[in-house]
Design a protein around this ligand. Structure first.
Ligand SMILES: O=C(O)CCC(=O)C(=O)O
Ligand SMILES: [Fe+2]
Length: 331
């Protein structure tokens, strides 16, 4: 089969895997070597981009949100499965937006794409330590990729040969367990058997596993990666981890389209630059409505209905007190 030969040939032809390259941006940020490295190997770590104080205050606020689910408008996290808790970073406001819409990062992403990008998705994610792997290796794009049944794919092999999307993982604490992994240089193979790692024959899986590099890092490290390559968190993991995930689309390929619209506080909008507003998706299209977005999956959980009933009756005592007062007044 032509596809088998093609992918095996390419896997065997790739340069040998090596440790992740770390670029130190604390003194000065030189974009070109970062762009070259991601073009060549698909990933790198950028260290020292963000001030410790900013990271601390975002993490402190995140921990408050992670302490309770978002119920009936009360602040908290979104729940989609057992091991994870999710928060949209924009809802933390202020400094969280500085991290997610950093203009230096946008410049790197746009240099990689050779044109404008848009923030397609972002998520502040808490991954619970786990004895089993729940997020296997995968690539984010393959020919025919689409985000939902309603979204028509335009991704053909010609488009896939360009940098379609760039992903980011920003560590909010030093991270070893659960660190991001990337199969070195696999963005060159263009996912010939789709996005799922397990769709590949054992021999190819082994070849990819042999090139899997674990991006252990420090608080504030940003892993940037070409998300056509195979990647995922190291799992099982013996510790919890908190990370901000970023995903930028290439506007020239996908259009000014986000996966789903993003919530931004009115009070934050005024402090964003034109570039940040553009990348945040002001006036953009979207693929999935906020009602159907994967991160709102709890609406389909079997506990959703009974909990909704409880919440609907949460102010019953107050209601009966008011009724009693009302009848006493009338008599
Ligand atoms: O949680 C992770 O480290 C991986 C996230 C991921 O696969 C992605 O953002 O595309
Ligand atoms: Fe991914």
């Amino acid at each position: 089969m032509a596809t088998i030969e093609l992918s095996m040939l390419k896997l065997n032809e790739l340069p040998p895997a090596k440790e992740v390259t770390i670029f130190d941006a604390s003194e000065c940020l030189n974009i070109n070597p970062i762009v070259d490295c991601i073009h060549e190997r698909g990933f790198c770590i950028i260290r020292g981009l963000f001030a410790e104080k900013k990271l601390n205050s975002v993490l402190t606020l995140a921990e408050k949100y992670f302490s309770t689910p978002a119920i009936a408008g009360a602040p908290g996290y979104w729940k989609v499965d057992h091991p994870k808790k999710l928060i949209h970073p924009f809802t933390l406001g202020g400094e969280a937006l500085d991290l997610v819409l950093d203009e230096r990062v946008i410049d790197i992403v746009e240099a990689l794409m050779g044109g404008e990008c848009i923030l397609a998705e972002t998520m502040l994610k808490f991954d619970k330590k786990s004895r089993y792997a729940y997020f296997p290796l995968h690539s984010d794009f393959a020919v025919g990729w689409s985000k939902s049944g309603d979204h028509q794919s335009t991704l053909d092999i010609k488009a896939l040969k360009k940098v379609v999307g760039i992903g980011g993982a920003l560590y909010l604490h030093d991270t070893v367990e659960g660190a991001f992994r990337y199969c070195d240089s696999t963005h060159h193979i263009l996912s010939p058997r789709g996005q799922k790692f397990h769709s590949y024959p054992q021999e190819e899986q082994d070849a990819m596993l042999a090139r899997t590099i674990c991006c252990e890092g420090l608080r504030g490290d940003l892993v940037l990666f070409d998300d056509r390559g195979f990647h995922g968190p190291s799992q099982p993991a013996q510790e919890n981890r908190t990370v901000i995930l970023l995903d930028y689309f290439n506007v020239n390929i996908i259009g000014r389209t986000q996966v789903a619209p993003m919530p931004i506080w009115s009070t934050d909008i005024a402090s964003l630059t034109d570039k940040q507003l553009r990348v945040a998706g002001v006036g953009a299209n979207f693929m999935v409505s906020p009602m159907n977005y994967a991160h709102t999956r709890f609406q389909h959980n079997k506990l959703h209905k009974p909990l909704a009933w409880v919440i609907d009756h949460a102010y019953l005592t107050q209601h009966f007190k008011n009724l009693v007062k009302h009848f006493i007044k009338r008599t």
